[in-house]
Each structure stands twice: as structure tokens, then as C-alpha cells.
Design a protein around this ligand. Structure first.
Ligand SMILES: [Zn+2]
Length: 173
């Protein structure tokens, strides 16, 4: 079994933590949603090299998983990034469908005509599409608003090198 690190980390997020899974996809992480109810399933995912992420109490002490303690999805994201030592350098926004977790592929600008808001078609030049659900993404589609919010937990641009990883106070909730 090989567990990948950094941007290559693949997660198996408990179906109960759907919003957290969406956040991870926005950042470009492979985050499938799974029903993490039985041990067999958990062990199978771990041996596939996925990191199960759950809030179910019974898995709290299982090795190889991330047990989430916080309640709000954004706090959970911060908690997960912190425990996995994931930094801004590991983020690959605009590469994965936030709904179905598929890797996006580039489409010609003309192919986006009529399928995105007019002002987006006018101003964006880079469009990507989900092979599963056919949603079309552009650099600003979830980047601007969501990444802005993310800045609030990852710190400001231009800060010193060693400060890129999240530092969270575990008692702060
Ligand atoms: Zn999709």
C-alpha cells in the first residue's frame, strides 16, 4: 500500500461530511464520498491508499484515518488540512468537479458559449468541463469567493515561507 502525500493525497470522506468533501474538491483534492459504516469498507479504502475522513465516534482510534472533531464544514476543512499538514502549495483549484469529484478537462472557449453567464464568456478565457455531470468551470467560478474565505485560515499572500501551513489551536472551538 502506498499512501500519497501533499496534493496527491486521496480522501474517502464520510457521506455525513458532504460539505467538507466539496471544499476539498474545490481545492483540487481527490475526495470521494463514501458510507463509512463498517470496518471492512474502512480497511479496503485504506489499502487502496485512501485516507478515510469521518466523524463517527467508533472510528476515533482507528489507525490511518482522520477523525474530525469540529462541526462546521469550514472548520472541519481547516482541521483536516492542519492534521494532514497540507498547505497552499498543495492546492490545485479549478482542476476537479466540486459535485462529482471527477478531474476537469479543458474545452475550447467557443464550447462554453451559451452555457455560462454572458459576462463570464466575455471575460474568461479558460474553461473546463466535468466529464461526469457536464458542469462547466472557469477560473473564477468558485475560486474568487471560496479561496478568499480560505485566505482567512491560510493567512495572507506574501507571508513568510514557513508560515504557509495552517496553525490551528486545537482547543479553539
Ligand atoms: Zn461533475
Amino acid at each position: 500500500m502506498t499512501t500519497k502525500h501533499g496534493a496527491e493525497t486521496r480522501f474517502a470522506v464520510d457521506i455525513m461530511l458532504g460539505k467538507l468533501a466539496k471544499w476539498l474538491r474545490v481545492l483540487g483534492f481527490d475526495a470521494s464520498t463514501q458510507v463509512l459504516r463498517d470496518r471492512e469498507r474502512m480497511e479496503a479504502l485504506i489499502s487502496e491508499g485512501r485516507v478515510p475522513v469521518t466523524k463517527r465516534e467508533k472510528w476515533r482510534d482507528l489507525a490511518g484515518i482522520v477523525f474530525i472533531q469540529r462541526n462546521k464544514s469550514f472548520d472541519q476543512l481547516a482541521e483536516l488540512l492542519s492534521t494532514q499538514h497540507l498547505c497552499r502549495d498543495d492546492f490545485r483549484p479549478f482542476t476537479r468537479c466540486s459535485v462529482c469529484n471527477s478531474a476537469l478537462f479543458a474545452i475550447p472557449r467557443d464550447a462554453a458559449f451559451g452555457k455560462v453567464p454572458d459576462y463570464v464568456f466575455e471575460t474568461a478565457s479558460d474553461f473546463r468541463k466535468c466529464p461526469e455531470c457536464a458542469r462547466i468551470y472557469w477560473p473564477g467560478s468558485h475560486k474568487a469567493r471560496m479561496l478568499e474565505k480560505l485566505q482567512s485560515i491560510t493567512g495572507r499572500e506574501g507571508e513568510e515561507e514557513g508560515e504557509k501551513c495552517l496553525r490551528l489551536d486545537p482547543e479553539e472551538d
